[in-house]
Design a protein around this ligand. Structure first.
Ligand code: AP5
Length: 212
């Protein structure tokens, strides 16, 4: 299955793509996670990405398109993949189409802005990539990652003012991409629920409805 997961910042893309990835045994490619790892490692890519990510702005298209192209051409993706957070602009969607990679479905998780702002305050992440929520998806031991035992922290771009800017950019730059895929008959939408497991069930049903 070649799947794209879309939705506003904090809609639950990463949470659901990790679950589908484990179930289907296909890699989840999160452009946000790749950029954060590059920033942490202090690479050239990380240095360029840092100012955009920390302001909540999109990293320039040509940089992100290059990253995704390399992943999709790799051996790891030959049995399928999940794209989490890409494409995020019409230019990125057009570039993906030009790569000639067949997309089976585009799943959009819809959550309203006010709920997102409330949710983001409770997100805690680990450097291994795992993500938790203090109320909705707490780790077994407070502040400690279930998967690797390291301390959890608040993401630099989860400050309320940065979240608001990410939402503005989502509405202006990313929402038009939904129409791009609606016109191609690939878009499936689910309403993000208050509990993670309820959203997981909606996602399962939505994918089953398109034979995935
Ligand atoms: P990225 O990492 O992709 O951030 P994002 O899209 O803003 O999404 P998030 O990771 O914040 O949220 P999510 O939807 O994955 O939600 P999650 O599952 O964590 O990108 C970061 C930055 O990188 C961008 O701002 C940009 O600068 C740059 N970038 C990335 N891709 C780019 C691209 N293609 N082009 C240009 N720039 C790019 O859930 C959020 C929280 O809610 C968690 O705590 C979770 O536990 C909780 N939660 C999840 N589901 C539920 C539920 N149903 N009920 C209650 N809580 C829930």
């Amino acid at each position: 299955m070649n799947l794209i997961i879309m939705g506003a910042p904090g809609a639950g893309k990463g949470t659901q793509s990790e679950m589908i990835s484990a179930r289907e045994k296909i890699p989840a490619i999160s452009t946000g996670q790749i950029l954060r790892e590059a920033m942490k490692a202090g690479t050239e890519l990380g240095a360029v990405a840092k100012s955009y990510v920390e302001r909540g702005d999109l990293v320039p298209d040509e940089i992100v398109i290059g990253i995704v192209r390399d992943y999709l051409m790799s051996e790891e993706c030959k049995n399928g993949f999940i794209l989490d957070g890409f494409p995020r602009s019409t230019a990125q969607a057009e570039a993906l189409e030009k790569m000639g990679v067949k997309i089976d479905a585009v799943l959009s998780i819809e959550v309203d802005d006010e709920r997102i702002i409330r949710r983001m305050g409770g997100r805690r992440v680990c450097e291994c990539g795992a993500s938790y929520h203090t109320d909705y998806l707490p780790p077994k031991v407070d502040g400690i990652c279930d998967k690797c035992g390291k301390s959890l922290y608040v993401r630099a771009d989860d400050k309320p003012e940065t979240v608001r800017n990410r939402l503005v950019n989502y509405h202006n730059q990313t929402e038009p991409v939904l129409n791009f895929y609606r016109e191609r008959g690939l878009l499936v939408t689910v309403v993000g629920q208050e509990k993670v497991e309820d959203t997981t069930e909606c996602v399962r049903k939505a994918l089953a409805s398109v034979g995935k």
